[in-house]
Every structure is written in C-alpha cells, then in structure tokens.
Write a protein that binds this ligand. Structure first.
Ligand code: PLP
Length: 426
C-alpha cells in the first residue's frame, strides 16, 4: 500500500484494497437517516434503491437500531447447535404472515444466493424421493437472476455470468417466462424419460427489469407443476417482505392477476433484515418440510440471534407503521407520475418496485451504453440514487417508508436529470 492510498479518500483506498469485481463504487457513504444517505464529501442523496431492495425501513430506523443494539448486548450468536428466541420467533412470524399451513418450516441462511442454494438442494431431494430415479431436471426461466454462487448461478439466466464458471451443477433447463405451453412441454418426460423435480422462478423478475407475468401465469405454473409432480419454488428474494405492497408477491393480486398462488417453497433475503444479512427458505407443508433431513444442509450463521432480531423488528415495524399501505399508495403515485414524464415509454410498477423504460433517444447525444446508465449518473449528481437493469431501464426499489413528497420531487426532477444526462459530468 502506498502512503497516498492510506491517506486518500475512501474511494482511493477502496481501489487499493478491494477487488474490482463491481467496478469502482459510485460514492463512499458514511451515514444515513430515513430515505437519505450522506457521502464522504458531505453530499446528501435520496436513496430510491435501498441497497437494492434491502433497507426496507430506510436508514437508521430507530426501531431497527434499538433491536440490533439490544440483541447485540444480550446474545449475538449461538451457532446451529443451539437456538434462540429471535430465531424461533422469526420463523413463527414468517409462517404466520405467509399463511403457510401446519407442518411448514423455515431454514435460515445469510443471503439470497444461499437461500436459493438450499432451494436447489430441496429440489434435488424431491427428485431423489422419486422411485424412478429419473426426476432429475430443474426448470428455470430466461431472464432470471437467482444469485452468483454455483448452484444459484446454474439457475441464473445470463450467459455472461455463467460461462466463465462452467461446468455448473447440471440438470437445469431454461424456458421463456410467461409461456404456459413452453412450461407444459418442459414438464413432459424428455427422450430419456427424465422428469422435472422443480420449477424455480421469480414472481416478478427484478434484475430482469421488474417484469411480471401475464395474469394467470403463476396460477398456471402452480397447476402444471402439481399435475407433473414437480415442486413450484418461488424466489422472493427481491419481491418479498412488502416490496410489492403485500407481504409476499405470491399473495399480491397485481402480481398473480387473481387469487394467491401457494408455492411449495419460497426463498427470502434482501428486505428481510432491513440491512442485516439474513436469508430464508420456507418449505410449505409437512411433506416438503420433510425433504431435507437432519444433517443434509446447514450453515454456521443462518438466523443467528442478531440477524433474526433485526428481521423481527423489520416485520413488526412494517405491521405497526402500516407500511404495506404506504407502499401501495406512494408506489402508485410514483408510477403514475413517472408515466407522465416525456421520454418514459413504460413503467412497470408493483408497490415500491418500478422498472422505468426510457425512449431510445431519451438522452442526447446518446451514450454508447444507452440512456439508462447515463441517467443513473446524472441522477446521482442531482442527489438521487437509482440504478439501471439494462441500457434503457431504470429500477427503483426505495425504502418502504418513502413518502409522497419525495416521490413527487423525483418525478419533478426527472426531466432535468434526463437533460443533464446528455452533458458530460466530470
Ligand atoms: N434472487 C433474486 C431474485 C435476486 O434479486 C438476488 C439478488 O439480486 C438474489 C437471488 C441473490 O441474492 P444475494 O445477492 O443476497 O445473494
């Protein structure tokens, strides 16, 4: 390390000390409160991304801070050889809020990828129970993102993420989302008689640009998987815990297009801990719960008292501050406002989760990477944090506490951001 690196800004020091896997960080942040964060130069930003759908209560919410502090002072970690009140209570909370039937159960992990690894193993175990020995296939969808660890990566669609790491765990096939005929065809035995153990999908594809499915698709997946003897596993890592305005997206009529769709299992992470790392796999019903047997899976940290206490505080605050209602109301206002902005061609909005498509010429002169990355940079300069999920798509996933005034101010600022995006910043 050079002397300069040791005494430079956080961004300088980062470049000398951390991997460049994500490219240079946009800013180094030092504090936050509510929906606002402050960088190392003292500049303030309205956070419309919430650490990518993680800071559900915003920053430094007093209830979350108190719960974490109190638990840290009482009991921080116990390993999976023991349990604790926060861990048991959180599992009970999740089963209650999801309406899971008796016999359902929760496995705690530390991230979305890790929750999906557990889900993948659940699928393998379901396949393993089939006396034919041929239930070996797993179906995922094109455009899906399920994480970057090896099993989760095998389920993830993007070739550029997968290719450098082949061979990945086998047996995964990809079909187009939203197409029930393609699903039916995939669920039929293949030429060697192999059948499908599980279909794993996001109720709304987040990294894919906040894309939901045609009304009835998820119910169709439910019926077809049941008929074929395959598990339906939902990845609610980004969509769960209030993001859409329901506790879970599978309960949300705007997502399902009708009645709730009850999966065989679902995974959670991101917003669950409000910023404290925690993930979960919920197995629905006693049969699915029995698939992973003692000793077949585990983790040192999963659902430790500190993370579980944080997640319990998140859930209690969402309930007591009526945040689901806030998500629906402010999300609708934000979506409607953005739809009326020139250069916005489409807004897909599920609660406080929005994919905002920009016209190809929304930014002039048009940067090589498309308008969205330039708009993200210009928004940051203007004091707003959003991100891009593609060359023309912005994603917003703000804290669930966002109020209408901040939503309105962003809508009002967007035309200025769009015109600034065409000008070089530095
Ligand atoms: N699944 C979905 C739907 C996600 O959006 C993500 C992260 O963006 C993941 C899984 C991976 O979660 P993590 O980054 O916590 O491993």
């Amino acid at each position: 390390m050079t002397a300069d690196a040791a005494h430079g800004t956080l961004l300088d020091r980062y470049s000398h000390a951390l991997t460049g896997l994500f490219g240079p960080p946009q800013r180094a942040l030092v504090s936050g409160s509510g929906v606002r964060v402050v960088d190392e130069d003292g500049r303030e930003y309205v956070d419309l991304l919430a650490g990518i759908a993680v800071n559900s209560l915003g920053h430094a919410h007093p209830r979350l801070v108190a719960a974490v502090s109190e638990q840290a002072g009482r009991l921080m970690h116990v390993s999976n050889l023991f349990t604790s009140e926060p861990q048991v209570g959180l599992a009970e909370d999740l089963l209650r809020l999801s309406g899971a039937p008796a016999g359902s159960s929760v496995f705690f992990a530390n991230s979305g990828s890790e929750a999906n690894e557990a889900a993948f193993k659940l699928a393998r175990r379901h396949g393993g129970e089939d006396p034919s020995g041929l239930r070996t296939r797993v179906i995922a969808l094109e455009g899906a993102f399920h994480g970057r660890t090896m099993g989760a990566l095998a389920l993830t669609s993007k070739e550029a993420y997968r290719a450098p790491f082949e061979p990945l765990p086998g047996g995964v096939e990809r079909i187009p989302g939203g197409d029930l005929d393609a699903l039916q065809a995939a669920l039929a035995p293949d030429a060697e008689g192999r059948t499908v153990a599980a279909v794993l999908l996001e109720p709304v594809q987040g990294e894919g640009g906040v894309h939901g499915w045609p009304a009835g698709y998820l119910a169709g997946v439910r019926a077809a998987t049941r008929e074929a003897g395959a598990l339906m596993i939902l990845d609610e890592v980004q969509s769960g815990i209030g993001r859409t305005g329901s506790w879970f997206a599978f309960q949300d009529p705007a997502v399902t297009g009708g009645d709730p769709v009850v999966p065989d299992a679902f995974t959670l992470a991101k917003g669950l801990g409000g910023g404290v790392p925690i993930g979960a796999l919920v197995s629905v019903g006693s049969e699915v719960s029995a698939l992973l047997r003692p000793g077949q899976h585990g983790t040192t940290f999963g659902g430790n008292p500190l993370a579980a206490a944080a997640a319990r505080a998140v859930l209690a605050t969402i309930e007591e501050e009526a945040l689901l209602e806030n998500v629906r109301r402010v999300g609708a206002a934000l979506g409607d406002g953005l739809r009326a902005v020139d250069s916005v061609t489409e807004v897909r909005q599920y609660g406080l989760w929005l994919g905002v498509d920009l016209a190809a010429d929304a930014v002039r002169p048009l940067p090589d990477a498309g308008p969205a990355p330039a708009v993200v940079r210009a928004a940051l300069e203007g004091g707003w944090i959003v991100n891009a999920t593609g060359p023309r798509t912005l994603r917003l996933a703000p804290p669930l506490i966002l109020d209408e005034a901040d939503a309105r101010d962003f809508v009002a600022a967007l035309p200025t951001i769009l015109s600034a995006a065409g000008q070089p910043t530095e």
